[in-house]
Design a protein around this ligand. Structure first.
Ligand SMILES: [Mg+2]
Length: 306
């Protein structure tokens, strides 16, 4: 098992795993040269924005943490975990604890408490947060968006699932919430990580709303908002690296492209144009494997003697 391969897939969010900005600014529809109703795309995008903001504010402290006090965005949820003393928070009043900018240890602890609650809510899923009416609205919006985009959302999710399953039985990963799977036949490990330029709380909410939460765990969501993608990639390398770890970044933007080049990782550029194969539906595990092999060679042939 010393030769166990770990594959770390580093995904961008917007215009990669999900579509949002390109719906709002019409560039998604434009790429179809009149075949898509651009106005409908804008309306769909606006509905998503409304839900993302509302859920971020109502359940994930977004307004309190990032808008009212000052920008307290952190690049990942565990960033302040050393300040969390583990206090039972079941009766804790987050509206009355006098939280102010986390420049001192006391307020860092208060922010760490909020991060703990956010992590727990993420683990529990939106069905434990939303009422039935909201669940129905969300379901309908997801379906409408998936139809409008010819299955972009569902096929991106399917590829994340296949990545976790390591090209084997895709049901393996369904039993594991959190986005890390040890595939039994090869002993290889597969991890999905998200690095997004959006701020952390709405990005976690987007993962929940776009149904990525069972494929990407909360500790694997990074916000490059303040620190840039290269810094996030470096943290990820430190966190997962060993001799047999292989990284691959997938995104539509120049920033992740340059950061991947700086790290010597393969990079798959997602392309909105409908005739591209580097989009959803279209991008497959075979393509991802091809990019891995360009940089790392073929592990199966290297390990023939084992
Ligand atoms: Mg993007």
């Amino acid at each position: 098992m010393n030769n166990q391969i770990t594959n770390v897939y580093i995904w961008d969010m917007d215009e990669t795993l999900i579509l949002l900005k390109s719906l709002l600014n019409g560039s998604y529809a434009e790429a179809f040269a009149g075949l898509k109703d651009a106005q409908k795309g804008v309306e769909i995008g606006k509905m998503w924005e409304k839900h993302i903001l509302q859920i971020s504010d109502d359940f994930f402290f977004y307004e309190q943490v990032c808008l009212e006090i000052e920008n307290c965005n952190k690049p990942f949820l565990e960033a302040l975990s050393k300040y969390d003393d583990g206090q039972d928070l079941s009766d804790y009043d987050f509206n009355q604890d006098g939280f102010s900018p986390p420049h001192d240890d006391l307020n860092k602890r208060k922010l760490a408490y909020r991060h703990r609650v956010i992590a727990n809510k993420y683990k529990q899923g939106l069905h434990n947060i939303l009422d039935q009416e909201m669940m129905d609205v969300w379901d309908a919006l997801y379906k409408m968006t998936d139809e409008y985009t010819d299955g972009w959302l569902s096929s991106a999710r399917a590829l994340l699932e296949q990545c976790l399953a390591g090209n084997e039985d895709p049901t393996i990963c369904n039993t594991i919430a959190g986005g890390v799977v040890r595939s039994n036949a090869t002993g290889s490990r597969h991890i999905n990580v998200l690095v997004t330029s959006g701020s952390l709380i709405p990005s976690l909410v987007k993962c929940l709303l776009f149904r990525l939460d069972n494929l990407i765990s909360h500790e694997n969501v990074y916000s490059s908002w303040d620190v840039g993608k290269l810094q996030c990639f470096q943290w990820i390398k430190e966190r997962f690296d060993n001799r047999n770890t292989r990284f691959c970044a997938i995104g539509d933007g120049w920033e992740e492209c340059e950061a991947a080049q700086a790290m010597n990782w393969p990079f798959i550029k997602v392309d909105l144009r409908p005739n591209s194969s580097h989009r959803f539906p279209g991008l497959t595990l075979r393509t991802v494997g091809f990019y891995f092999s360009i940089v790392y060679g073929n592990p199966d042939s290297e390990n023939d003697d084992d």
